[in-house]
Ligand binder design. Sequence first.
Ligand SMILES: O=C(O)CCC(=O)C(=O)O
Length: 233
Amino acid sequence: MLEIASLRLAEGAKQGVREQEGSDLSLIHELTLFDSEQDNHPAVINHGALANASEHWLDEKSWLTHVPGFLLGHNALLRQLSTIDGWEQRRRWMYNRKVDEPRLTHEYHDLAVAPPLLAEIAAALGDYCGVPYDGIWMNWYRDNRDSTAWHADRPANLPTTATVPVLSLGATRRFLIRPISGGRSTVLVPAGGDLIIMHGRCQRDWQHCAPKQQTPAGPRMSLNYTSTAQVAA
Ligand SMILES: O=C(O)CCC(=O)C(=O)O
């Protein structure tokens, strides 16, 4: 029964987009548990996956690309990154008190000092997107209670348009995007190894988040690639 449910979700996750909130999160967790094939695979870029990219238009100036399986062996990279120094528990003001952010973060302004695969991925994304990525912002969601709230990326929201790739490692979680003025969310469900690219005016007219969920989930990391040239353009 569980296997059938997992397969059903695997199909959904491959399609990756749901028009409304309210997807069956218990199935998402099962997919993570059954993702064992990935567990022993060394981390390697799957350039062929780009041929299976799907586009999801939000309006005439903003769209998302979803590339399932862009990184094979995503759990191996997650495990490697979980051992590096420099993860931070940041705090932020909420009303009149400081609270821990519900995730750990790590940033590389210079990919030359990052694990080599992160720079290799930057080069592959640069070729694909036509943007020179030279930095990376990483989130580590330790479990289902960790999240990122609604926001647009700074400083990628400075230019009129931007191309921002986000690579997921580990557990399958939801990624939501909605108009900055409010309204209905579009929901994508990236699995570990999947790439989501925000294009056009996604950082100006839209905001996105990675919400908490009630159903238990294992760790997930998101690798958010940044480009100083893009911001300066
Ligand atoms: O974790 C994600 O999928 C999105 C992360 C994000 O939007 C950010 O860090 O700016």
